[in-house]
Design a protein around this ligand. Sequence first.
Ligand code: SF4
Ligand code: SF4
Length: 195
Amino acid sequence: MQYESKSGTVTCDPGFAGRVKDESGVDFNRCYQCLTCTLGCPVARYMDHPPSEIVRMVQLGLKGQVLGCSTIWVCASCESCVTRCPNEINIPRLMDALHQMALREGVKPKVAVVPAFHAAFMDPVRRFGRQNEALMSAEHFLRSRDFSPKTLKVAAGLGIGMVTKGKIKLLPARTGKGKDQVKHLFKETLKGKKP
Ligand code: SF4
Ligand code: SF4
């Protein structure tokens, strides 16, 4: 379904809101656009659409714009919005569902470094059941192929300093019994795809 807006032709998918609701479990139809979430969001300035706008866009079925925006990747899941929302709308959970949908549909994030960081963050969790900062940093470094002098300086200075002070561990911890449960969670949520 298409309609004209000030910024051009907009395509609307009437079933999108229902699919997002099923996948996220979030009842975003209670949103009355008070903007509390947006005003308290610490990273709203880096988003192309603030969180309240994403909620409205999902309601309207603007699938292309929602899955292709930077917001769903920039959200830091800090939960500040859901804590303040008068309708307890769980925006971080909504964002999680949206970026999993974007990954499944092969929508490339606008922020180039995001897929590399996302994969580098999720891979150690999928393999070992827990996050490991050293592994994540190394994986992100290789995936993003950012070998600029600035990045190398940060990696050498900050990274080595944190390892020697025991702030981050080189070897990943394992969850033991819970590892299989974590793998099962990944299988169910990603439908067999790698994060
Ligand atoms: S705080 Fe809640 S009700 Fe207000 S705009 Fe955000 S999601 Fe909607
Ligand atoms: S959870 Fe995401 S959208 Fe909500 S306040 Fe934090 S960064 Fe912003």
